[in-house]
Design a protein around this ligand. Sequence first.
Ligand SMILES: [Zn+2]
Length: 446
Amino acid sequence: MSETLIRNAHSVLTMDDAGSEFAGADVLIRDGVIVQIGEGLTSTGEVVEASNCVVTPGLVNTHHHLYQTLTRAVPGGQDALLFGWLQTLYPIWARFGPEEMRISALAGLAELALSGCTLTSDHLYLYPNGARLDDTVDAATEIGLRFHATRGAMSIGESDGGLPPDALVEREDAILEDCIRVIDAFHDPSEGAMVRVGVAPCSPFSVSRELMRDAALLARDKGVMMHTHLAENEEDIAYSEAKFGCRPGQYAEELGWTGPDVWHAHCVKLDGQEIDLFAQSRTGVAHCPCSNCRLGSGIAPIRDMVDAGVPVGLGVDGSASNDSSNLVAEARQAMLLQRVSRGADAMSAREALRLATRGGAEVLGRHDCGQIAAGKRADLALWDVSGIDSAGSWDKAALLLAGPQRVRHLFVEGRQVVRDGLLRTIDLAATLAHQNMLAQRLAGPT
Ligand SMILES: [Zn+2]
């Protein structure tokens, strides 16, 4: 039996149904599960003093492309719109292999962990030079984060009128075959699972209608979730209308891509009808505010979505379009962006934090995560509010208004991944040195 007592927290934000908050409370965790929240609890296990810390559920990242951590701030893509940005980066990504995939994922996961993330999804949709989904699962297992890998894919290359170069697309039968392989190898449907697998064609403009449909049939047959990019910007809508004769929401619905087992990234341009469709079908949305700002895509109507009942979580998106994997910064950006379009009362700091925790867990189908309650998984972030970031704050639990950008401690399944601001599970300096070596090699002559 392994037990840890988090003692005398400054405050505990539970994100339970009632939004309960406790001051001076203890949290007892045992064998990866939260056992009790209260005052004066005792334990024979490890004790973590938390009087300077706000305790929240671990943050949940619902959209990422971890492989992109190696291509941040690439000069040709810094100021490009989505399609031009992709065309700048595709040739660089075509030079990746298993080593780049694993190290890039490890660096991205490290940044996520330090910014409070305990559960992340990843969307890997290109597999050059022998790269496999396995490379990212290895990285997540090494660092100890809960991981929802999605087997992405592109099948329409330039010669067929698509956007990606032909070298980065795969045959559709091979894609479906590999989806089955990785689901069978890694997907764990049980409560408390550390790894789950989803099926995730890259976007409606990089795969065929048939693959979208077949991927949905396969995912439902296997009982796994489905993910893709949808309605990201005006170009995306124009493409859908010109190519498919309908808006993205209708395209998704026709091909089986709505339902509680589906979540779409971005959805910046969903209209009122599409929001209703997503609410009624309980289709999830991964809101990526920094990426939307970075690529000038627009402001997603998150206030309307939440009010309508659409499940919404947050995502940092790939590190080539953010370019940061700082999830708590993403939550602050989500709060600020709704205020830009709807006024200062459009979204509170606590509501944005709720989207970043409970909201994300619900989008990923993880009802065992995302809140601090007895019986839920022990995924916890401890934020030290005694430092400069919180100095002078009258409400230290309003972390997204004034609070730290890094966690002091992070627990995943009861295991301490970050202690006193440092990763315990990997050698971060070695990872960064490896990452820099690979980035230099990619930037060098081809
Ligand atoms: Zn993305």
